[in-house]
Design a protein around this ligand. Structure first.
Ligand code: MSP
Length: 651
């Protein structure tokens, strides 16, 4: 019988700098899934790689005085080293600069063109260079990129378009009929409400203002939009549409694409639409995970708060890091890597609970039975409770791993660990050891402890391979039949008579105060090594986020009174405001219609950026911008505390 197959992917990373802790999150999760499926006996394909085209990469290489490929070859080496340090068990590493990938992307583009899914037109719109994303007017937030909040540039050029709008109904139907296609549910709602319901527009899929990309096969003035190039990796890596397409036939459709929340849009709307246009099967699931913050703040090099994985691993090992990332917060939500929380968890869950259980068990077998694991003989109180929990835990873990609930899966293993520690306290082997008549009972207690540890070692293996193997070595187990996944569901698979071997403590207890400092210093050193500057202690003028008073003086802020308002005829999100600014009249278009009706604002004083370059927003001239504060879904216009004449300067 052929083996069951499983195909899991991570996003392919932009190698525009060193990957930080946040970047490793998805890969750690994908690795856990790949290992879990392998230990369950699946034939697994685990794909990761790098997304190496686009303007951003071209710019980074140029800044370093290198050709893109030269820059890329160097940085890809460091990405691969990072995955080695994290012991990531990927089966294939794709680079979008691989010849094979580029050829298949061209074939895909040609197929779409031949099928009439791509047509030539003119692109006029907004492009966010850091995100490599095009945005329509209505998608911008305050004229800025809705994903990263940075400035967008106006682009107008001859371009090719993919008929994305055509797939709106099919995509809505897909979400409705297969809710498991996009998880967690919050991401599905976001896609429906923010993109599908407002209506999809055709997607510009070529660029002609730079050429670091895959050329359009029939028009080499154009390069293929980097997201089309990148998304295709999931099938080019399998040899789609080549002579060697066995892997494609074997592994496609993917079981899951794991992606960060801000790139769900590309994976859950554009990618399935392309596959539909190609008449190819869709991936079974897109899972949009949350973001890792650092000490509750978004990681940013310019803010000087980036945490890297390497220093954590150097000090506390891979397993401690992987355990924390997958245990501390649900995979679908944002979570913070806070140093203290991390160190406390290492002490409580790893050193105290698991580490102690292993070392106490092995030490007792050595002390009370000459290092030989006994056979059980006399059953007693507490045994059934322990056994029942031990054999029911694997099913709970399995269900949660299958649903990407890593934290709940681990929580349940730790419930079993706690129950086992309690079993030691309840049965008191050191008391039994004093009484020769209790030898049979002592044997059973020691056996039960070893047998539970065997089950635990298999359950944690997908996430904590090193720890798992150390436990198995200490118990003297090297038989695959009792360390596969199915064996965890059966009690009593371990045979007595094996010699146990004590190893160094799995997780030595940490002095939190000392370690907080050590971890900060190591991270600092790593940052300096990689970036050539210090973080946190950077001189004020080195921080990109600061502006000088001269910079600020360039902005002409004025009080303006709202005198007339109309809805924008072409864009629901926009209002067209007529303002009086002293003697002058101004027209400003603002994306606030979701928050204010015209009646709310007539006669109100607002703050106007008066010297902003005028632009046309969906055909209507906007001469300035009014200031507003926003957080999450809330937005409020900025105004002044007491009344003051319009035209007054704000500074
Ligand atoms: N190149 C695209 C992906 C193309 S896939 C066909 C890309 N690359 S990226 O390098 O910017 O991001 C890669 C992944 O890292 C994304 O899934 C993103 O969400 C993730 N993360 C980047 N910072 C992160 C955190 N701080 N926390 C968790 N994941 C985050 O997007």
């Amino acid at each position: 019988m052929s083996k069951k197959k499983y195909y899991v992917t991570t996003p392919i990373y932009y190698p525009s700098g060193n990957l930080h802790l946040g970047h490793t999150y998805c890969t750690v999760a994908a690795d856990a899934i790949a290992r879990y499926k392998r230990v369950q006996g699946y034939d697994v394909k685990f794909l990761t790689g790098t997304d190496e085209h686009g303007m951003k990469i071209e710019e980074v290489a140029k800044k370093k005085g290198l050709k893109p490929k030269e820059y890329l070859d160097g940085i890809i080496k460091t990405v691969k080293e990072l995955w080695k340090t994290l012991d990531i068990s990927y089966d294939y590493y794709i680079r979008t600069t691989d010849e094979k990938h580029k050829e298949i992307v061209q074939t895909i583009f040609q197929k779409l063109y031949d099928k009439g899914e791509i047509y030539k037109g003119t692109y006029e719109g907004h492009y966010c260079t850091p995100c490599e994303a095009f945005w329509t007017e209505s998608q911008l937030e305050d004229g800025k990129c809705p994903d990263c909040g940075r400035e967008v540039i106006l682009a107008k050029e001859e371009a090719y378009f993919f008929k994305l709008s055509k797939y709106q109904d099919r995509l809505m139907k897909l979400y409705e009929e297969n809710p498991e296609f996009l998880e967690p549910a919050s991401r599905r709602n976001e896609m429906l409400n923010n993109f599908l319901k407002p209506g999809l527009e055709d997607l510009c899929v070529t660029r002609s203002t730079f050429d670091w990309g895959v050329k359009v096969p029939f028009d080499d003035k154009h390069v293929i939009y980097v997201w089309i190039d990148a998304l295709s990796n999931y099938i080019t890596a399998l040899g789609y549409s080549t002579e060697n397409d066995e892997e494609y036939n074997k592994f496609w459709p993917a079981n899951v694409h794991l992606v960060g929340k801000e790139i769900v849009r590309f994976h859950a709307i554009i990618w399935p639409a392309i596959l539909m246009a190609l008449d190819l099967p869709l991936p079974k699931k897109i899972f949009g995970h949350g973001w890792i913050l650092f000490e509750n703040d978004k990681m940013s090099k310019s803010k000087g708060n980036v945490m890297y994985s390497e220093p954590i691993i150097k000090l506390y090992g891979i397993d401690a890091l992987k355990y924390f990332l997958l245990r501390e917060f649900p995979f679908g939500s944002d979570g913070s890597f806070a140093r203290e929380k991390f160190l406390k968890r290492v002490n409580s869950d790893l050193a105290n609970d698991l580490g102690n259980l292993v070392s106490r068990t092995v030490a007792m077998v050595q002390k009370y039975n000459d290092g030989i694991m006994p056979q059980p003989s006399v059953n007693g109180e507490y045994d059934d409770e322990l056994k029942d929990l031990a054999v029911s835990t694997p099913n709970i873990v399995e269900k949660n791993m299958d649903e990407f609930n890593f934290s709940v899966a681990l929580e349940n293993v730790w419930k079993l660990i706690s129950r086992t520690n309690k079993y030691i306290d309840e049965t008191m082997p050191w008391v039994l050891a004093k009484d020769e008549a209790q030898k049979g009972r002592l044997d059973t207690v020691l056996y039960n402890l070893c047998e539970t540890l065997r089950i635990i070692s298999v359950l944690i293996r997908p996430i904590m391979e090193k720890t798992s193997l150390s436990i198995q070595r200490q118990l003297g187990i090297d038989n695959a039949e009792i360390t596969n996944w199915e064996s965890t569901k059966q009690w009593g698979r371990l045979d007595g008579g094996i010699k146990v071997n004590k190893e160094a403590p799995l997780f030595p207890r940490l002095d939190i105060e000392k370690e907080l400092e050590r971890l900060s210093i190591e991270n600092q050193k790593f940052f300096e090594l990689k970036n050539g500057v210090k973080q946190e202690t950077k001189e004020a003028e080195e921080i990109e986020d600061y502006i000088t008073i001269d910079d600020f003086d360039k902005i002409d802020l004025k009080i303006a009174e709202v005198i007339e308002i109309e809805k924008h005829p072409k864009a629901d999100k926009l209002l067209v405001l007529q303002l009086s600014v002293g003697e002058e009249k101004r027209q400003v278009v603002s994306g606030i219609s979701k928050y204010y009706t015209p009646e709310d604002l007539i006669g109100k004083k607002v703050i106007l950026v008066a010297n902003l370059k005028p632009i046309k927003l969906r055909g209507i001239e906007s001469h300035g911008m009014i200031l507003a504060a926003s957080k999450g879904k809330k937005l409020t216009l900025a105004t002044v505390l007491e009344d003051i004449k319009s035209g007054a300067k704000v500074n």
